[in-house]
Design a protein. Structure first.
Lengths: 151, 151
DNA sequence: TCCTAAATAAGAATTATTACTATTTAGGTT
DNA sequence: AACCTAAATAGTAATAATTCTTATTTAGGA
């Protein structure tokens, strides 16, 4: 079986398809933003993406970037990271994964764990709510911050 | 075994003790804020707490409320809810629990699940990071929003 | 090619959060 | 009980983040 969204080409195809499904127009800005965020390793904020996109579209407005990112997340093409009241950050990782979050520096680290992936949702919750996502969130102090504290 | 922080009286005692441990002064404002947030059912923002506290301390500033809430969370007496780039919200629930979050309205619902409580953290993460908290985060649409959509 | 609703740019407005500073106060000391 | 001092607070001001407004442009269907 072909892996879901395995290459950038597949990715773009899928994007175009998804836009049409949703009745959204395919604009150069959207394509650039989509590609940029999908290639981001660490969970970028709208501001970060904005600065990168400006190199391609110098006249683009922050609002367009931000709005597009929100649109993409509504389309299910990326997710909003569960933060803690800091700036909103986006998660382009479409593989099933989980998060570690550093309390000190706010860094979010993706990790993979099969047993976490298999977690069952309690029946009474399934009945009451529509559940789209199950994610384990670890919180603590990252390696960098541990070392810093020792100084 | 006596349950940890089971009553309001215990709670206040513990608060005073904890403040002293941390070298923090016990002020009427702090006590009020602490009590207020601990009695909050649904995860309040600083703004919400501020409005409630004003009924007791009409002259209190927002900054004091916000700063105090952040202090309390640093002391480990409450937690910051993992949101999605919206306003910072606080979680006074000190029992081991997990969260469901509604994508539409942003509501956070606490729930309890023993098997989730027992989740093991992978060794390689334990070695690299200090892990303080393991929480399962479910995401989807809540009952209210499901009904609204049907209109 | 034309048309129209959707999308964008630009900047204003709003909202959330943090910083600054003069004043007050908790709590230790005498 | 009065005094002292560092910490905490009130009252803004400043900053940062996010959303809104409006005139203009454009994607994509007719």
């Amino acid at each position: 079986m072909k892996e879901y969204r395995s290459t950038k080409e597949d990715s773009l195809e899928e994007f175009v398809k998804k836009c049409k499904e949703c009745g959204l127009k395919i604009t150069p800005q959207r394509i650039s933003i989509y590609k940029e965020v999908l290639n981001s390793e660490n969970h970028p904020s709208a501001e970060i993406i904005y600065r990168r996109i400006k190199r391609i579209h110098p006249g683009i407005s922050f609002d367009t970037v931000n709005r597009t990112l929100l649109t993409l997340s509504e389309m299910g093409l990326l997710e909003i990271v569960e933060g803690s009241g800091d700036v909103r950050r986006f998660d382009p990782n479409n593989k099933n994964h989980h998060h570690f979050r550093c309390k000190k520096c706010g860094k979010i680290v993706d990790f993979y764990n099969e047993s976490y992936d298999k977690l069952e949702v309690p029946d009474y919750l399934k009945k009451k709510f529509i559940i789209n996502k199950v994610r384990v969130l670890l919180e603590g102090i990252c390696d960098n911050c541990i070392n810093k504290t020792q100084d």
